[in-house]
Design a protein around this ligand. Structure first.
Ligand code: 13P
Length: 341
């Protein structure tokens, strides 16, 4: 089946009361790891690429690898999503390239660093929604700012200074018509999220519950949702790495979010850790090796294991065959009817 609309995947997830992991990629091995995990667990798949990933893969390599994924895994409903589009132009170029979903992150200015105004965010996001929906493409917006910096994107904030205001979230969704909304509840991108195990207090889960209460029909997105498991940190450090002690988002908190409107969960760091640990292990144990496959295969397997585990924990496992894909043309008609209704 061709790449599908993320809106359809998230609507189905809402019906089935589960979440869908969105995993970042830069290269073939990462795409293969996600698709293999999806096949093994019979899960729908969201593959996402940041601006950094698009430039690393020269865009077209990434797109054609994704076409290969749809050819080789026809039973998996698969979305290609732009993570943290920094401007209307970036989103439009992703749409032109064949992405079936885009994030317009207007919470920051196009420099990806400076927190923006509400008015700027609404204007930029609405413009992307108009273009995207006319082609059946899904749009994720963001209100409030996440902490940390990932792939050069992010204000380097602490994760708590720009939390999402529930009332503004309602206004933002009404003004823009986004399909999914990323909210800031204290998470941040990267490995160094918390210096001790976070509780529901650290993570402001009450705010998430309040946003869901006010926007029961909006698909919520949790960014910065890697759990940064100790065993993955340990492998890296055991084989010469130098990670400092750190904690991520506990799976139980994500599962609580899924019970309260979270439909998309962004995970990148856990996979980076898994890949790096596997490669370090080979380099450490077999310094004579120089065939890239000798370390890229274990790296791919390690990422597949993490992704399959998350797909099971988020509840998407077993749901790949629940529905037939709706074409982007049919999605475009739906948006049009909804707008004129
Ligand atoms: P992590 O760094 O927690 O994996 O978050 C990734 C993310 O939110 C990408 O948008």
């Amino acid at each position: 089946m061709p790449l599908v609309s993320m809106r359809q995947l998230l609507d189905e997830a809402a019906k089935g009361a589960y979440g869908v992991g969105a995993f970042n990629v830069n290269n073939m091995e990462q795409i293969q790891a996600i698709m293999e995990a999806a096949r093994e667990t019979k899960s729908p798949a969201i593959v996402q690429a940041s601006r950094g990933a698009r430039s690393y893969s020269q865009d077209r390599f990434l797109y054609h690898l994704m076409l290969a994924a749809t050819e080789l895994y026809p039973e998996i409903p698969t979305v290609l999503h732009l993570d943290h589009g920094n401007s209307v132009e970036t989103c439009k170029s992703a749409i032109g390239m064949g992405f079936t979903s885009v994030m317009m992150d207007g919470s920051l200015m196009p420099d990806g660093k400076t927190p923006s105004t509400f008015e700027y965010n609404v204007k930029a996001t609405r413009e992307v929604v108009e273009t995207a929906h006319s082609k059946g493409i899904t749009v994720e917006g963001e209100i409030g700012c996440l902490g940390g910096i990932e792939d050069g994107h992010g204000a380097g904030l602490d994760g708590l200074s720009h939390l999402t205001d529930p009332e503004q979230a309602v206004e933002f969704v009404r003004e823009t018509g986004v399909d999914a909304l990323a909210i800031a509840i204290g998470t941040s991108h990267g490995a160094y999220k918390f210096t001790s195990k976070p509780t529901g207090e650290t993570l402001k889960m009450d705010r998430l519950l309040e946003i869901h209460r006010r926007l029961p029909n909006t698909h919520l997105v949790m960014h910065g949702s890697s759990s940064v498991p100790k065993d993955l940190q340990d492998i890296i450090n055991q084989y010469g790495g130098k990670l400092k002690p750190t904690w991520g988002v506990p799976i139980e908190e994500i599962q609580l979010g899924i019970k309260n409107g979270v439909r998309k969960i962004n995970v990148d760091t856990d996979n980076r850790l898994a890949i790096t640990g596997a490669i370090r292990k080979v380099f450490w144990e077999k310094p004579e090796e120089f065939d890239p496959r000798s370390y890229l295969k274990p790296a791919r397997d390690a990422m597949k294991k993490v992704v399959a585990q998350r797909m099971t924990q988020f509840g998407q496992a077993g749901h790949a065959g629940d529905y037939a894909p709706i074409s982007l043309e049919a999605m475009a008609k739906r948006y049009q009817q909804h707008l004129t209704a």
